[in-house]
Design a protein around this ligand. Sequence first.
Ligand code: SME
Length: 187
Amino acid sequence: MFEPFSRLGDKRIDDETFLQTLGALLDPSEGSVALRYCGLANAAALLWWYLPDLNWAGFYLRDDDGDIPILRLGPFQGLPACTSIPFGKGVCGTAASTGLPQVVADVHAFAGHISCDSASRSELVVPIFLGGDPRPGGAIGDPSQAVVGVIDLDSPLAGRFEVDDASFVERVANVLGEKLFPYQSAS
Ligand code: SME
């Protein structure tokens, strides 16, 4: 299954090939939580393999069981991490509550940053939207309503992430939202 790839950290493909590979790797979840986790686990591994200079790569997923939406730890690569982040808290919760990517050049300068690995110096968090579309049906409204989770990338290097990285990871989020969080599986 993984013939095109060799070893972790061996970046021999480009962004387009990465996105095609990711799409081909994902079975549409069609509402199955187990399949969703399968896809996200492989997506975390693929991101970890492809992107250099990371110390954490993974997902936080929306949980609406409480009074306010909470992000819960999903599949990831890296050290064990905090399990629950309320919308609006930390870098992840800010991306979720605003529906906007967060490019943080220096995590120590981000008020409210939640430290899971003391090695982290910079961070990129990108929201994943239901159906992969930030504005379902073209409706203008609160984008956080459509956020189903976030992609979180941490680096031990300050200023590791640029606007181009955010654009690429948004395309990754679109693929994941479309395949693993289709509109009909909204809960
Ligand atoms: N730094 C994140 C918390 C998650 S860890 O980086 C894995 C935040 O501030 O939301």
